[in-house]
Design a protein around this ligand. Structure first.
Ligand SMILES: NC(=O)C1=CN([C@@H]2O[C@H](COP(=O)(O)OP(=O)(O)OC[C@H]3O[C@@H](n4cnc5c(N)ncnc54)[C@H](O)[C@@H]3O)[C@@H](O)[C@H]2O)C=CC1
Ligand SMILES: CC(C)CC(=O)C(=O)O
Ligand SMILES: [Mg+2]
Length: 352
């Protein structure tokens, strides 16, 4: 099979981990006789530097012609406080391609159970999927501005019925092929948007009689997620809550550096990126964990190209390398061997 992938390495550790994903894809292509062509484009801070635009037109055009998009991460202190911000590029690409469903699987590798700061007895058996709404809510609502000469400020949380319905359906579909347990997370005791969200979840639940649904307020859900993570199967929630809960969930798996994600639209186009940011504190040191990025490439193979065997081969290789005690410095594997980003990538490739 021939597939054309646009890579958007971005800023900070983005380019380092993107090199890892490209090397793994090359090796998978050779092993399974596929041809993956890649074409790199600018997004985020580096795009501001080169084009004075966090999402240049040529990046959008290249993505429009691609079979799938891989993204590293954007942002960094260099651009903080400026008029143009790297994160605007990320929000804009999600909106442009209508990538409303952000799937964030939180699966714990056996060998990382003791890597979590949580007790092994708590994290054991955790396997959940956060379905986060990605193109609306507080991150996109207008107005969003300072007022009264800087004495007040407004951000706006809006959702249309259609926007809630499509993400809720996606979550029910996801739960249907998993353990059939859906937790909808909101703040319905305070927010009108959450009350509407709840109503819609209840309406759509009648179409999925096999799926058990419950509602949880976000504050309690945040507590339950780290005290009893194996309770959850699929969590569906709005943009901001999903952003926060998924970073929290990474504690279960031992590091933010190992979690991948897929952002999908209703036409089958996917953008795949790790859930973490550009980690400027460790950029250019060859010490970033490339696993979240590599597993995002594996999600791309499965979700965009239907390559289940190839995707599983990557996941198995990662599992084997971790089980052999190899780690990057963010992971706390007892008596593990510390590797650089490039060494970890090579180990994973040689396990394929
Ligand atoms: N999707 C994206 O492009 C995202 C971008 N950001 C941006 O990234 C920049 C930094 O944000 P932070 O709040 O520091 O969040 P971050 O996720 O970049 O880093 C948080 C902590 O986790 C560590 N970390 C993250 N990924 C790692 C990896 N692969 N291997 C080892 N350690 C890793 C970092 O070193 C840091 O200590 C900001 O400009 C922010 O806006 C933040 C989140 C997502
Ligand atoms: C710019 C942010 C919305 C990125 C982020 O934190 C995320 O998508 O997880
Ligand atoms: Mg985030």
């Amino acid at each position: 099979m021939e597939k054309h992938i646009v890579t958007l390495p971005g800023d900070g550790i983005g380019p380092e981990i993107m090199q890892s994903a490209e090397a793994v894809l090359k090796a998978v292509g050779e092993k399974f006789s596929h041809q993956f062509t890649t074409e790199s484009h600018a997004i985020g801070g580096n795009a501001i530097d080169q084009f004075n635009d966090p999402l240049p037109e040529q990046t959008i055009e290249a993505c429009e012609a691609a079979d799938a998009i891989l993204l590293g991460a954007v942002g960094g202190p260099k651009w903080a406080g400026g008029q143009l911000r790297p994160e605007q590029g990320l929000l804009k690409i999600r909106k442009h391609f209508n990538l409303f469903a952000n799937l964030r699987p939180v699966t714990i590798f056996n060998s990382l159970e003791s890597s979590s700061p949580l007790k092994q007895s708590i994290v054991h058996g955790s396997d959940l999927m956060i379905v986060r709404e990605l193109t609306s809510g507080l991150y996109f609502g207008q107005p969003s501005e300072r007022r009264d000469g800087g004495q007040s400020v407004v951000d706006t949380l809006t959702y249309t019925r259609g926007e809630i319905e499509r993400i809720v359906r996606k979550a029910f579909d996801t739960a249907s092929v998993r353990r059939k347990h859906l937790t909808s997370v909101d703040k319905a005791n305070v927010l009108e948007s959450s009350r509407m969200w709840r109503e819609i979840v209840n309406e759509i639940s009648t179409e999925y009689p096999d799926v058990t649904v419950e509602h949880e307020l976000v504050d309690a859900a945040a507590m339950k997620l780290i005290t009893n993570p194996s309770y959850f199967d699929v969590i569906v929630t709005e943009n901001l809550f999903g952003d926060i809960l998924s970073d929290e969930a990474s504690v279960i798996t031992g590091s933010l550096g190992v979690l991948p994600s897929a952002s999908i639209n209703d036409k089958g186009l996917g953008l795949f990126e790790p859930i973490h940011g550009s980690a400027p504190d460790i950029a250019n040191e060859n010490k970033a964990n490339p696993i979240g990025m590599i597993l995002s490439a594996a999600m791309m193979l499965r979700y965009s190209f239907g390559m289940n065997e190839e995707s599983a081969a990557i996941e198995k290789a990662v599992e084997e390398v971790l089980a052999a005690g190899y780690k990057t410095s963010d992971l706390n594997i007892e008596n593990g061997t510390n590797l650089t980003t490039t060494e970890m990538t090579e180990k994973i490739i040689s396990s394929l």
